[in-house]
Ligand binder design. Structure first.
Ligand code: 26V
Length: 801
């Protein structure tokens, strides 16, 4: 599209909506008008994609996820439609900044972290590969809380992201479905001797879908992300006359659970899980029936993916529809269900494995509970001959009065995958070993990936331009072509250009830091970044301990030859995760102490940026020199910020955990700083039960000084939190082996410091990181899901040359 055409469209939208000219428009008005233009640019392709899918009757995948974390969509839609450069030029010509306009958009934060962002990266890749794949989730009225720091403490504020409306969504009233909750279900024998459910009591809520186009990268493919919102069914208006009754209904899709936490057994959460599952499955079956094939062929047209256990009810809900509404015999319904379903596990943390009390199941979803009981009974029966009773009792779905959601998902799926090689191996050998004995053929690995269009082309335009001029533009379509950069490892001009792009990004971040926190940071310092949810296992505290060590080193020897460093954190803690919040307070107070200590002479700065989210990630990642991936080996399933930072040329300091191992394999030991216990060593400690945190503390005076600092008054204002941290390390024997890994972490950090001082070498390492990041594109990951699990193919008929 020509610039002039875009301008005309924009002008006419501004007239239509606001009756104003461009020159009078505010960023808000420009945003709304431009977003509407963008929407109209893909409207036709969106309906065409749907029509073609119906005509071609190709198999489609449905990605069920209780979280999606797309961030802002304006610039990514412009990029994918091939309009970004045009729009940027036009805005510049009109003396506006596109960035300022894009900033107006609310960051769609319907997720907690890795799991939700991965779902959105997959949506981008599905569309960009021309694959028929849709998202199915919940349209929360409030996204993940907004984080503020008050006196160094995390305070949570509501994220009212829908207040000004959401331009991208389309309400599809005609596609609404009813969701049944509660009541009692009796099984009555019909004239053919078949047991039929008869429901007494209970209530029905309405699920209304809001669809958002997922725009493929310059290929005219527009998939759909369908998010469900609760409403009062028309026939029941009278029963919801009071404000209270309406409120309890509206609560259902009001808030996203900040569930990187230990909150358990909340009825609303279970109702949410059933809500989007039942709505999604009903709408899929309805669609499938339009194709006029027998239900027994469903797996040839439909693949349903269970993203973590939250949508595990897909199994029992599809069974319910096939049995109760479509009269299939159990065996047939079960065969269809297992062929259609697949499941991904995203964590080995035991606390995160979902279990629900059966009483709650019976109360909320009685018919699904009956079906789950029957799945469980048949599971025991079917395998009784083949496997020991003890093994079956450990793997059955209902154990000790609780429904185990992972067990339901595994038994009901033909594929179970982890999200990095090590993680998938641990699933087989430890976490889900029992299931691996029973269903070895179901287990496979799909290493995570990232939407490189967003994390490079959008977030890092300076570097993207250097890539274009150095290796051409093919990397924008084929991420593996980033490899071409390897030819320039020793080319001083290219290395300098890369360094210049990094500096530009660091200057921009420095400015943001100055504006938002008032802290001055020097763009020539090392920007050392740890961005991820706050969890004990991710060991932000280990990072803090190293910072304290450097601080003491500088106190002792102010001229110590340490290259200046800025430690940058971004992290939300679940509101109920007390310990994580204590760590936030500690980091903020350490920052206060160090940033204001004149003897440190600006050699160290600590910056904890508020409200880490997708938009903030897009600011931080391009400016990072060092990527902190320091979880205790075996605990981080994959990690994805490790991939985003690597792609942007940051050098990784890491344990051999999650996808860090595959990153190391891709770039070689000389281009990454590895430290710490290996997964085998961690498990050996578990087996021998002989870890003594105190022993490490006792023998290392440096460590003593650092750990004591939490309680000896060195760091002001952390009396309670400092004690909590201190006790976690010594009184409770340091669950995540920080004291054991401290020394080797400091050594690795020292190597990083040395490497940075040799700028030529550093730039070459950084280049190798960029050059080898292509294999972590979600395009490859999603292609593997498509080939191995979903068996879906691109909509060739429609995708243009
Ligand atoms: C983690 C935990 C940890 C202990 C406390 C309770 C709890 C509850 C939930 C979770 C997170 C579960 C799902 C999740 O977000 N996993 C992340 O998924 C990413 C995408 O696969 C992956 O890169 C991260 O390593 C993994 O933590």
């Amino acid at each position: 599209m020509e610039k002039a055409t875009l301008q005309e469209l924009l002008e006419s939208r501004l007239k239509d909506i606001f009756s104003i000219e461009i020159a009078e428009a505010s960023p808000q008005e420009l945003f709304l008008a431009l977003a509407n233009v963008v929407k109209s640019c893909y409207a036709n392709d969106w309906s065409q994609t749907r029509k073609n899918l119906l005509v071609e009757q190709q198999k489609q995948a449905y990605y069920f996820s209780i979280e999606f974390l797309p961030g802002k969509l304006l610039k990514s839609n412009l990029l994918n439609l091939g309009l970004l450069d045009t729009a940027e030029e036009l805005f510049e010509e009109l003396s506006f900044s596109l960035d300022e306009v894009a900033e107006v958009e609310k960051d769609m934060a319907l997720g907690n972290g890795g799991l939700g962002r991965l779902a959105s990266c997959f949506m981008d890749s599905l569309a960009s590969l021309g694959l028929p794949g849709n998202g199915n989730g919940i349209r929360y009225n409030y996204g993940l809380f907004k984080q503020k720091f008050v006196d160094g403490h995390q305070v949570e504020l509501p994220d009212d992201w829908l207040r000004a409306g959401n331009v991208w969504e389309v309400r599809k009233e005609s596609k609404a479905v009813d969701i049944q909750y509660g009541g009692e279900v009796y099984l009555i024998e019909d004239e053919n001797g078949r047991l039929r459910p008869e429901r007494h009591g209970g209530y029905v809520w309405r699920a209304v879908p809001y669809d958002t186009g997922m725009v493929g990268y310059q290929n005219d493919m527009i998939n759909t992300l369908r998010l469900w919102s609760v409403e009062v069914p028309a026939a029941e208006e009278a029963n919801y006359a009071t404000i209270e009754s309406r409120r309890s209904l509206e609560d259902l899709t009001a808030v996203l659970y900040p569930d990187d936490s230990n909150e358990r057994g909340k009825k609303t959460r279970l109702m949410q899980e059933y809500f989007f599952v039942s709505a999604g499955i009903q709408s899929i079956v309805r669609y499938y029936l339009k194709l006029n094939h027998p239900l027994t062929m469903m797996s040839e047209k439909i693949a349903i993916h269970i993203n973590d256990t939250h949508p595990a009810l897909c199994v029992s809900e599809l069974m319910r529809l096939l049995l109760d509404d479509h009269d299939l015999p159990w065996e047939q319904a079960w065969a269809i269900t297992v062929k259609v379903m697949s499941y991904t596990n995203h964590t080995i943390m035991a606390e995160a494995l979902e279990k629900w009390p059966i009483d709650l199941f019976k109360e909320v979803i009685p018919r699904n509970y009956q079906i789950i009981e029957e799945i469980d009974r048949r599971y025991l029966e079917e395998y009784a001959e083949v496997h020991e009773a003890a093994l079956l009792n450990r793997t059955r779905i209902i154990i000790n009065g609780q429904v185990h959601m992972a067990h339901l998902a595994i038994i009901g799926s033909h594929s179970v995958n982890g999200v990095a090689k090590l993680h998938s191996d641990l699933l087989k050998s430890v976490v889900l070993h029992d299931f691996y004995l029973i269903f070895p053929e179901r287990f496979n690995n799909k290493t995570n990936g990232i939407a490189q269009r967003r994390w490079m082309q959008l977030a890092n335009q300076p570097l993207s331009k250097v890539l274009d001029t150095t290796i051409g533009k093919s990397w924008r379509h084929n991420p593996q072509d980033l490899q071409l950069l390897k030819n320039y490892q020793e080319d001083p001009t290219v290395l300098q250009r890369l360094a210049d792009a990094k500096l530009t990004n660091k200057q921009a971040l420095a400015e943001y830091i100055q504006q938002t926190t008032g802290i001055e940071v020097d763009p020539t310092a090392i920007f050392d970044v740890q961005i991820k949810r706050l969890h004990a296992y991710k060991r932000q505290l280990l990072n803090v301990m190293h910072i304290l060590k450097l601080y003491f080193d500088l106190k002792d020897e102010p001229q110590a030859p340490i290259h200046p460093r800025v430690f940058i954190f971004g992290a939300k803690a679940a509101p109920s995760y007390h310990y994580a919040k204590a760590i936030i307070k500690v980091i903020n107070e350490v920052a206060n102490l160090i940033n204001h200590d004149p003897t440190i002479n600006d050699k160290l700065k600590v910056v904890f940026l508020e409200n880490y989210n997708v938009t903030l990630a897009e600011r931080i990642i391009p400016a990072a020199d060092v990527s902190e991936q320091i979880s205790l080996a075996s605990k981080e399933a994959s990690g994805t910020s490790n991939m985003k930072l690597m792609l942007n040329g940051a050098v990784t300091i890491a344990t051999l955990d999650g996808a860090n191992i595959e990153i190391r394999d891709a770039i070689g030991d000389e281009n990454i700083a590895i430290f710490g216990l290996t997964e085998e060593e961690v498990y050996a400690y578990y087996a021998q039960q002989n870890y003594s945190a105190y022993a490490f503390y006792e023998e290392d005076p440096v460590l003593q000084r650092v750990v004591n600092a939490f309680i000896d008054g060195t760091i002001p204002n952390i009396e309670r939190e400092g004690r909590e941290v201190f006790d976690s390390l010594l009184k409770y024997n340091d669950e995540y082996f920080l004291l054991k890994d401290f020394k080797s972490y400091c050594d690795a950090q020292y190597r990083v410091d040395l490497a940075y001082k040799d700028q030529q070498r550093w730039q070459a390492i950084s280049l190798m990181n960029i050059a080898n990041a292509g294999k972590f594109s979600a395009d490859y990951t999603v292609q593997n899901y498509a080939d191995d699990i979903w068996q879906i193919e691109p909509l060739y008929a429609h995708v243009k040359e």
